[in-house]
Design a protein. Structure first.
Lengths: 251, 251
């Protein structure tokens, strides 16, 4: 296997350029778990970079087999590619999955509006997959394929439909016209309990930005629901709220 | 206000020594949000360190007022004190809260067994507070006052009872003898649904280690409950599972 020793190698530069690029068809996955998830889910891996130590560990067979090309890298190159402080020493250039963008009007979706934190975003994708939802609808959110979002999703972004919605209001009007029910998660004790939305078919529940909640336009289109809590509601994180909502949706 | 310019100043060395020390009565809190939480919750703050820029921001009045002593620090000193990559530039040495360790046998508790990830731990404390539970029972877990756990808890560790249990099995036998119900969260489709534990008084639900779940000893003492899911259960994080459990407990 060829060895790359320079941090300025064009292949390394290209790989690094994928780290903060949203509009690309490829993404740089870091770490054994994520690279393995990509390989196991049939994601096309164009290149794998790994340190000698990682190669010797014998943990990478499936990843190397799935990769079109593989290169050994020096520790210093690994540190350049890494987003984490103590990289494991394995990186894959993966093609973003081409998942269906079709909305099933009898399905169950979580809509995320302006969710900015990639950790929250990734966690919600992971939880949506766990509950067997139909997909995540992402409206003006952070990049689903940023390093942090991929890590928090535990690879779920490679398997689970995350559908980007460009024109949110028009989309919602259209889908409501097709008979879907839109619920809006709010922090408001007068709103109906989140338990009331359970067991319906064709539902979208919208969850808003970490600080500001949902937009007025979205709130005007849906039925508000809330999680009634005895304690300190302001201590509730958006991804925890979404967990309860998806739990009720999935019932 | 006196200015500390050296990273080797004894006060700075002492503050740094608190970062990884579990058995101390004091803890180093970092960041505006956490320091403010400490100040607002009547936590004794022995020392506040802050950069000139942070001081000028005018955001620190309440923190400075609550601190027995305050020092300006150079940027390089701030970086030494910090656990984050881009520190905001404010740090407080806080006394750990002296919360009651009494168990209320009609209360509702989440028991955490060998939870190792401080992010998960802190998130669960935060969520337990949101749902108005009586407390967290921590058995052989990570440090509730590590920098990461404090951050993830959003300051809830300063307000909400986290009770460390030394002899878990003896404790559980005792508390069951006093009439409390113990439920054990498991990943097992044959177990009763988590919904069945709702609306009871005097309950403890135990959640286990991220990788291995609950110990055999604990499982032998309680009733297994599970979260039935249509999707990919292995995608479910311990803190998301605990959110659903607490939601049902709090109903």
């Amino acid at each position: 296997m060829e060895k790359i020793t320079s941090r300025n190698n064009p292949k390394i530069k290209y790989a690094c350029s994928l780290k903060n690029a949203r509009e690309t068809a490829f993404v740089l996955a870091e770490g054994l778990r994520l690279c393995r998830d990509a390989a196991e889910n049939g994601i096309a891996i164009s290149t794998c970079f790994l340190t000698e130590k990682m190669y010797q560990s014998g943990e990478c067979a499936a990843i190397l087999e799935a990769s079109q090309a593989s290169f050994l890298i020096e520790q210093s190159v690994s540190e350049k590619l890494a987003e984490t402080k103590n990289p494991q020493g394995i990186f894959c250039i993966c093609q973003k999955p081409q998942l269906s963008c079709e909305i099933d009007s009898s399905g169950k979706y979580l809509l995320l509006e302006q969710v900015r934190d990639p950790g929250n975003f990734g966690t919600m994708v992971r939880t949506a997959e766990a509950f067997g939802l139909s997909g995540i609808l992402a409206c003006d959110c952070c990049d689903a394929f940023s390093a942090k979002a991929m890590r928090a999703s535990m690879g779920a972004v490679f398997r689970f439909p995350v559908i980007e919605i460009e024109q949110e209001e028009a989309f919602l009007r259209d889908i409501i016209g097709k008979g879907m029910n839109l619920y809006c998660a709010v922090v408001e004790s007068a709103a109906a309990d989140v338990g009331t939305l359970a067991r319906q078919q064709g539902i979208i529940t919208a969850v808003g930005n970490e600080a500001n909640g949902l937009s007025r336009e979205t709130l005007a289109l849906g039925t508000p629901v809330t999680i009634h809590m005895a304690g300190r509601a302001e201590s509730f994180n958006v991804s925890q709220a979404a967990t309860v909502i998806m739990y009720e949706m999935a019932k």
